[in-house]
Design a protein around this ligand. Sequence first.
Ligand SMILES: Nc1nc2c(ncn2[C@@H]2O[C@H](COP(=O)(O)OP(=O)(O)OP(=O)(O)O)[C@@H](O)[C@H]2O)c(=O)[nH]1
Ligand SMILES: [Mg+2]
Length: 470
Amino acid sequence: MDIFSADNDTICAIATPIGEGGIGILRISGPGALDILQKVFRPQRDSVALQSHRLHYGWIIDPVSGDRVDEVLASWMRGPQTYTREDVVEINSHSGFGVMDRLLRIVLTSGARLAEPGEFTRRAFLSGRIDLSQAEAVIELIRSRSEENLRHAGRQLQGGVRSLVESWRENLLSLQAQLEAFIDFSDDLDEAEPAETEAIVQDLSSSILVPIREMSRRYDEGRVLREGLTLVLAGKPNVGKSSLLNGLVGRERAIVTPHPGTTRDVIEDAFILSGVRVRVMDTAGLRPGGDSIEALGMEKTRQSISQADVVLWLLDLSRPLDDEDDSVFEFIAGRRTLLILNKADLPACFGAEDVKQRYQLGDAAPIWALSVLRPSDLLTLRSQLKTSLLDRPLLTSASGEVIPNLRQKQCLDQAAEHLEHALSLLHDQGLGELISYEMGQARKALESILGVEPDDALLDRIFGDFCIGK
Ligand SMILES: Nc1nc2c(ncn2[C@@H]2O[C@H](COP(=O)(O)OP(=O)(O)OP(=O)(O)O)[C@@H](O)[C@H]2O)c(=O)[nH]1
Ligand SMILES: [Mg+2]
């Protein structure tokens, strides 16, 4: 792709968060980058020529007024060994709204225009330095909020998705070429050697379709890595929900009192479980009746439960099961639920079996008896949560699997569908040209993961998600 065919102007943006800080970075990219730097930057040692990929110490000067604006370190990097493959300039200045704003205006009046969100990365893509899946990994990396998520984005940035998809694509191309060689001899495949068609079927299925389906399946589990999990604590009043929240996040986040109805609002916090971010919501105790404030709180509880990936339902072992517990059960019906029998340090009024019977739960339902006030029980609970919620081979860091995002998954599913058509046509000895067409469509779907021939709307959607300056 020719980088000078489209947006050939020079763009600039503040690349660091706006606000007071030690250092702020202004980034410029495009053919005019060096020229602009020379207009606005005075190196301390005038005689030294600006060298590529070196830091230079000096001052930013307002070319109009001649004012010294800030003491900076500036670098100029000659393309193509840069983020965008264009000439890139970075100015490290002090960071504060006034300084950065002045700097930006000086650079803008010296010949650059303000970059759109994600435009630097878009240029890296258009110049062919990275493919679309790697550009998406940049956003994921910036947004990642847990170690596991970060690790995955890093793998993707290094081309994890790209190399797999490219290998399927190559493979598909060569199978299509083999197939077309038959078609040259006959219209129908029934005249081709059965052994040869069989070999194509085998290859198409085992080395392309199966791994494509496998990667697509990982999407759901991968969502957990990207977005984390939402855990909602539910139960009747006074069972220990707020105590559990505090125990899980390791601080006194919610008020705990011996009075039922203490929590009236949804209280949210987060903790990290095996590298995955878990958002946890403590809710108002559920019970029929109650005053109007409690009723509002219960409505909010209902909303939280509807957003939950998993509900932790707490029961109080020290009091008999009652109709308040029954109404909680109705409230959370249909949600993925784990049960905690809390206050196991006190004499118990019932056991796990009674709960299973009363609510007709299967034997497989996880029920854990513990006291959320005991640190050792909390540790056990954490590891039980880990096993129930996260322990799939995929989520262990060593697996190195790549996980598609939603867009990539949709492309994979399309590719798989075309491959299945091709396979069933091959099986029925259908028209060779149709088979070849389906294989071509599958290849196109794979190529759209990489961003071969992307349309502008798609690029706008992907890069519009970035911040300005990236
Ligand atoms: N003995 C014992 N007491 C507990 C345990 N867990 C919580 N409690 C006590 O139970 C009372 C209620 O705890 P909370 O955490 O406020 O209960 P809650 O479910 O948030 O109550 P509401 O906000 O009113 O719905 C407090 O006095 C806690 O100290 C436990 O495992 N053992
Ligand atoms: Mg509470």
